[in-house]
Design a protein around this ligand. Structure first.
Ligand code: GLN
Length: 227
C-alpha cells in the first residue's frame, strides 16, 4: 500500500483524526478542499462534523459533482457520523440527500439530549470478533435499510449503526476517535482492489481497467475482507 492515497473531506469536523488513523496503517491521507485535490486518490472519507454545514460547503467548494462521480466510479467511501448522513438517500424530518448512494433512511441526532454522547463496545462481525470501541456524538441512527444494504453492526437494542452497500461504508459512530483502525484498513483494502481488481472482482468502469488487467492479480486474500 505504499503509494495509496485516500482523500479526507477537510472542511470541518474530525478530519485530522482520520488522517492520523490512515497514517497509522501506512496510507497517506489527503485533505480534500478543492475538486483538484481528488486527483489521484483511491478512496474517500467523509468525516463527522455538522452535516448541514458540510452540505453547504460541499456545494460552495464545487465538490458535489466530482465526489458523486468518484463514488459512481466504484471508488470506496467511508462516511462517519455526519459523513453517514451525507451518504444517505433519505433523511428523516427534512434535509435533502447530498450523495444519495446508501439506500437507508437516517435520523439525525437520534439519541436526544440526555444521551448526546456515549461510548460503547460493539462487535462488527465483518471485522473480527474483537469488540470495537465506538464513540457516538450527537449521532444519527439508521431507521431503515434497503435490501442491498449489509448491516455491519447494531446496538444491543437492535438499532443499526454501521452499514455497507457495495463501495460505500458508513458508521453512525467515530472509529477514528477511539484509535480504531479496522474500518480504515477495510477501506484501504477496497481501494487497492478498486485500483487493481483481482481475479473474480466485479468489472468496473474506469479507463485504467485494461492496464490493471495486464498487470495481473493483486492477490486473492484481499477479497476475503472486501467481499
Ligand atoms: N449531529 C450531527 C449532524 O446531524 C452529526 C454529529 C457528528 O458527526 N458527530 O450532522
Amino acid at each position: 500500500m505504499t503509494a495509496m492515497k485516500i482523500g479526507v473531506l477537510a472542511m470541518q469536523g474530525a478530519f485530522a483524526e482520520h488522517i492520523q488513523i490512515l497514517r497509522d496503517i501506512g496510507v497517506e491521507g489527503v485533505p480534500i478542499r478543492l475538486p483538484e485535490d481528488l486527483d489521484g486518490i483511491s478512496g474517500l472519507i467523509l468525516p463527522g462534523g455538522e452535516s448541514t454545514t458540510m452540505r453547504k460547503l460541499v456545494d460552495r467548494w464545487g465538490l458535489r459533482e466530482p465526489i458523486e462521480r468518484l463514488i459512481e466510479s466504484g471508488a470506496p467511501v467511508l462516511g462517519t457520523c455526519a459523513g453517514m448522513i451525507l451518504l444517505s438517500r433519505r433523511i428523516v424530518d427534512g434535509d435533502e440527500s447530498v450523495f444519495p448512494v446508501l439506500d437507508v433512511e437516517i435520523k439525525r441526532n437520534a439519541f436526544g439530549r440526555q444521551l448526546d454522547s456515549f461510548e460503547t463496545d460493539l462487535v462488527v462481525p465483518l471485522l473480527g470478533n474483537r469488540p470495537m470501541h465506538a464513540v457516538f456524538i450527537r449521532a444519527p441512527i439508521v431507521e431503515r435499510a434497503g435490501p442491498d444494504v449489509d448491516v455491519l453492526a447494531r446496538l444491543d437494542d437492535g438499532r443499526i449503526v454501521a452499514v455497507r452497500q457495495r463501495n460505500v461504508l458508513a458508521t453512525a459512530f467515530h472509529p477514528e476517535l477511539a484509535g480504531e483502525t479496522r474500518f480504515h484498513s477495510l477501506l484501504a483494502t477496497m481501494a487497492a482492489d478498486h485500483d487493481e481488481p483481482g481475479e473474480g472482482s466485479a468489472p468496473r468502469r474506469r479507463g485504467s481497467a485494461a492496464r490493471d488487467m495486464a498487470s495481473g492479480s493483486p492477490g486473492r486474500n484481499r477479497q476475503a475482507a472486501s467481499s
